[in-house]
Design a protein around this ligand. Structure first.
Ligand code: SF4
Length: 438
């Protein structure tokens, strides 16, 4: 085995052809993460619960804290077709049907002794939330009440400078950075007390360098989907990319995964292997419905509609913008600075100020139309979607479809209604194309 191989994992040299790498290695890494979670539970190891927007894995890895990402475990209950039983357990306990489906699936999981279809979720010894979604803070308070664990809330100030892009050399940005740096030092102190270990700044440098490597690989993967036909589906394989980018952030296996994934995608392009029968290139705003993931994709794919990108791959994909790069010579300052920039450009912009990002992506990824998927239990990502659709139509003549269901709640999936809307939308794209060809 080459010295590059991860524990038990294949290397690119061994696989001869990279085709199949994403599926096989993605599955292996996901299984390994579940084995580690289950083992941490068995051993009673202190574990951190984090969220995908601002996980602070960089610091947690320095203390070797296993990381649980409850948005991902909730999503997985839906992909496994089991979310309803967890949702109903939470509702039976008193949670209202319109609360975020991820929260309720997780509460149901905690109430079922943390038994998940994929393994056992350990108890939290620490919960980290950010202000990127207000639900995060209330969700973390649930664990605090259940397990009496400390909750650390990272407050990332929104950009208030008036310019569209923050000026990193300006006084306002410097003040914000100092404010975030102070919070990071508080978290380091909390981790030291929790684990009994001293903070090692050189280990932080190593982890941050690994995150830089992963960010470059993640960006390479996204960019390859500019190709026609797209080599991957942003909602089918996109879910694997998002999972690995969050769970293996700062770990060499995670960086290697994206390098291998990019190699497989280049090979697919070289061999002329696109996703199924691409006729229309689509962009998804928000998430798909994970309780009907396959069907969601099929409703578009039966017309040759392929999702080449999504806002979810940006705001829930580690905040890896195209210019993401830590300066490891000044680690804590750079971590604070990058968190602020990620909060603004990576997390908030595709969610709350999506119009410019969408218009640019439509141009650069040669997109024919946008699907705006309103998630009934997630106001954070769904508010204002019809307005954005209208703005893009009137300003740029970009066609958009607005549909609604949920992230994880199968009761919100109305197949006939959605099929009608999607069929009509694709027919309208066909009509536009025919008109343009005349
Ligand atoms: S962004 Fe939406 S889905 Fe995610 S935690 Fe917030 S409310 Fe729930």
């Amino acid at each position: 085995m080459s010295k590059d191989a991860g524990p038990g994992g294949p290397t690119m040299a061994e696989t001869k052809t990279p085709i199949g790498f994403i599926r096989n290695e993605g599955r292996r890494l996901m299984d390994r993460w579940w084995q580690e979670m289950t083992a941490a539970d068995g051993a009673g190891r202190p574990t951190a619960y984090v969220f995908v927007m601002g996980s602070l894995d960089e610091i947690l890895r320095v203390f070797d804290l296993p990381i649980n990402c409850p948005e991902i475990t909730s999503l997985q209950t839906a992909v496994r077709g089991r979310s309803l039983e967890y949702l109903q357990t939470a509702e039976g306990y008193g949670y209202s049907p319109d609360i975020c489906g991820y929260v309720k699936a997780d509460v149901g999981l905690q109430l079922k002794d943390r038994q998940h279809p994929n393994g056992t979720v350990p108890k939290p010894a620490l919960a980290i939330a950010t202000n990127m979604c207000n639900t995060y803070i209330k969700w973390a308070e649930i664990w605090e009440q259940m397990y009496h664990c400390p909750v650390f809330v990272l407050d990332l100030p929104a950009w208030r400078g008036g310019d569209v892009t923050p000026r990193v050399d300006g006084e306002a940005f410097r003040n914000d950075r100092r404010y975030v740096e102070g919070q990071l030092r508080d978290l380091i102190g909390l981790c030291e007390r929790l684990t009994g270990r001293r903070f090692d700044i050189d280990r932080l440098r190593e982890v941050m360098a690994e995150v830089n490597r992963m960010a470059a690989g993640y960006q390479a993967v996204l960019s390859l989907n500019r190709h026609r036909p797209a080599p991957f589906s942003a909602i089918r394989e996109g879910i694997v990319f998002q999972g690995i980018s969050n769970l293996y952030r700062g770990a060499p296996e995670g960086s290697r995964f994206f390098e291998g994934a990019a190699e497989e995608l280049r090979e697919r392009i070289h061999l002329g292997m696109g996703t199924l029968n691409e006729k229309y290139r689509l962009l998804l705003t928000g998430t798909t419905c994970y309780a009907a993931l396959k069907r969601f994709a099929e409703l578009f794919e039966e017309w040759g509609g392929v999702f080449v990108h999504s806002t979810y791959m940006v705001f829930a994909g580690g905040g890896f913008g195209s210019d993401f790069a830590y300066d490891v010579t000044r680690p804590i300052e750079s971590l604070a600075e990058t968190l602020l920039l990620s909060a603004w450009r990576g997390f908030s912009t595709p969610m709350f100020y999506a119009q410019d990002w969408l218009a640019e992506t439509v141009r650069e990824w040669s997109v024919d139309g946008i699907c705006f998927h309103g998630v009934k239990s997630c106001r954070t990502t769904s508010t204002g979607l019809p307005d954005v659709r209208e703005w893009l139509r009137t300003h740029f003549d970009i066609p958009g479809l607005f549909i609604q269901s949920d992230l994880v709640d199968p009761r919100m999936w109305s197949d006939a209604q959605l099929k009608n809307r999607i069929d009509a939308f694709i027919e309208s794209l066909a009509g536009r194309r025919a008109t343009a060809a005349r």
